[in-house]
Design a protein around this ligand. Structure first.
Ligand code: FAD
Ligand code: SF4
Length: 468
């Protein structure tokens, strides 16, 4: 094969106009059509060393599926992806590819990297539209069973892998819908619910049983699950909201991002007045934070009818952990950013939030995360009006399960201690992964830990020591 032509620019992806999309919850990015996807995929050089694959936590055969799309074999591309990833429609939409596979793509040295995420999404959507979702065949039945706690990306991935290996898998989920953050956190304009539902339904058709409204630690204990199964995987996420600990945070009109997004997504506040979930929609909303959660809260507030939406972040734009694409989309939609700004008090009248006092910050030396540390500027305070405040400054481990699980070792922040190469915890036959082990991370990282643990559980089950 001769040397491939180097095409520096990626095929732009179609998206809705900012003015139109900021008024509804329909998806912003429209994705590639077949012709666009084939053109973009054809840019892949098919490098021998495949650096992109090493950047993907679940090791998808990226050049394999890209070159299949380029050749018009979309079905083949889907099959390649699904060997490693059963949630491609989700990952193609929400993975921070620019920090993972795409960052390592050779094309990125002199031009745009291959748009791997949009190609993955294209393949997944093509399959969903064709209605010919291939159900991967499980290996022969092992006669052994695994309980998976939590149906977020970590739990769903562990469940899918284990059922493929021939084990009977039951997922126990606290909420009335499966998907974890994919369902209650990430809004429809970034990840439509039909994508999550169709990928969860594929797992069910592969044989995974979903038990909803089942809170481990309340409905049953971890010990009960251990007695009824040969192994357990815990993927309960870290969804307990953090607050800043500043005066006035309990005033009416101050929400945690978790509550704000759950009310909008799961309890349908966004479909008011059809659903009468209380959440304040009008006036000026100020969101505190710089991650994906802050961006999702701000863009949700805008779509629910806020007159103005502001983001207040204590570092600068460069340090914002949100996906670059989402920050750009938020800016296009009219979100106003205030960098190097930190609230120190929420101001109230008659029990309601009316604003906040902020302190100006400057950047100091890098901290342990490698990002420059925000340092308060002495005496530099100012007030900002706000009818609604959303705190999107991170989440913590929820102790509901762990506090009732005797012998399960936790670190000092309440996260489960698990070996990184197997997911093994301090209890025999009990494995863990996702945010409850790593702290808040990404969808694909949670999936990577689910996959690693599934492989280790399989070894454990096959070793014959599995009667818990
Ligand atoms: P989760 O997704 O939190 O799922 C845990 C599940 O366990 C939940 O369904 C929960 O109800 C259930 N559960 C909890 N306790 C119990 C119990 N005791 N019994 C039974 N079930 C229980 N990452 C990205 O890569 N890209 C993004 O764009 C992105 N955007 C995000 C936006 C928001 C608003 C949020 C909150 C996070 C975002 N993330 C993003 C991070 C990503 O979603 C998480 O890292 C990932 O979902 C973690 O997966 P998980 O399976 O560990 O946990
Ligand atoms: Fe293709 Fe980029 Fe991977 Fe090379 S690094 S194989 S160009 S996707």
């Amino acid at each position: 094969m001769g040397k491939k032509e180097f095409i520096p620019e990626k095929v732009p992806v179609r998206k809705r106009e900012s003015g139109e999309r900021a008024g509804d919850f329909d998806e912003v990015v429209l994705g590639y059509c077949v012709e666009e996807a084939r053109r973009e995929a054809a840019r892949c050089l098919g490098c021998k060393k495949r650096p992109c694959v090493a950047g993907c936590p679940v090791r998808i055969d990226i050049p394999g599926f890209a070159l299949a799309i380029a050749g018009g074999d979309i079905e083949g591309a889907v099959a390649r992806i699904k060997e490693e990833n059963l949630l491609p429609g989700v990952c193609g939409r929400v993975c921070p590819q620019e920090k993972q596979c795409e960052q390592l793509c050779i094309l990125g040295r002199k031009g745009d990297p291959l748009d791997i995420g949009k190609l993955e999404r294209f393949a997944a959507d093509w399959e969903a539209e064709a209605g010919s979702l291939e159900v991967p065949k499980p290996a022969g039945e092992s006669g052994l069973s695994v309980a998976v706690v939590g149906s977020g990306p970590a739990g769903l991935t562990a469940a899918g892998e284990l059922v493929k290996m021939g084990h009977a898998v039951t997922v126990f989920e606290a909420l009335h819908v499966a998907g974890g953050v994919l369902t209650y956190g990430i809004p429809e304009f970034r990840l439509p619910q039909w994508v999550v539902d169709s990928e969860v339904s594929l797992l069910e058709r592969m044989g995974v049983e979903m038990v909803l409204d089942f809170v481990v630690g309340r409905t049953a204990t971890l010990d009960d699950l251990r007695k009824g199964h040969d192994a357990v995987f815990i993927g309960i996420g870290a969804g307990l909201p953090s607050f800043m600990g500043i005066p006035g945070e309990n005033l009416n009109g101050v929400y945690s991002a978790n509550e704000f997004l759950t009310r909008s997504n799961l309890m349908r506040a966004r479909s008011f007045p059809e659903y009468d979930t209380p959440v304040k929609r009008t006036g000026k909303t100020v969101v505190v934070g710089g991650g994906n959660v802050a961006m999702d809260s701000a863009r949700t507030a805008l779509r629910m009818g806020a007159d103005e939406v502001h983001i207040v972040y204590r570092r600068s734009r460069v340090e914002m952990p949100a996906r670059v694409e989402e920050v750009d989309h938020g800016e296009e939609e009219g979100i106003i950013f205030h960098m190097l700004t930190n609230p120190v008090e929420v101001l109230g009248t008659d029990g309601r939030c009316v604003g906040m006092t902020c302190q100006r910050m400057e950047l100091g030396e890098p901290d342990e995360s490698g990002r420059r540390r925000p340092v308060p500027v002495e005496g530099d305070y100012f007030n900002v009006d706000a009818d609604v405040m959303v705190m999107a400054i991170g989440t913590r481990a929820n102790p509901l399960l762990t506090s009732t699980a005797e012998g399960l070792k936790l670190n000092r922040w309440g996260y489960i201690e698990a070996l990184s190469d197997t997911g093994e915890t301090s209890l025999p036959g009990v494995y863990a992964g996702g945010d409850i082990v790593t702290g808040t991370a990404t969808v694909i990282e949670a999936m990577g830990t689910g996959k690693t643990a599934a492989a280790a559980i399989n070894v454990y089950l096959n070793s014959g020591v599995s009667a818990l």
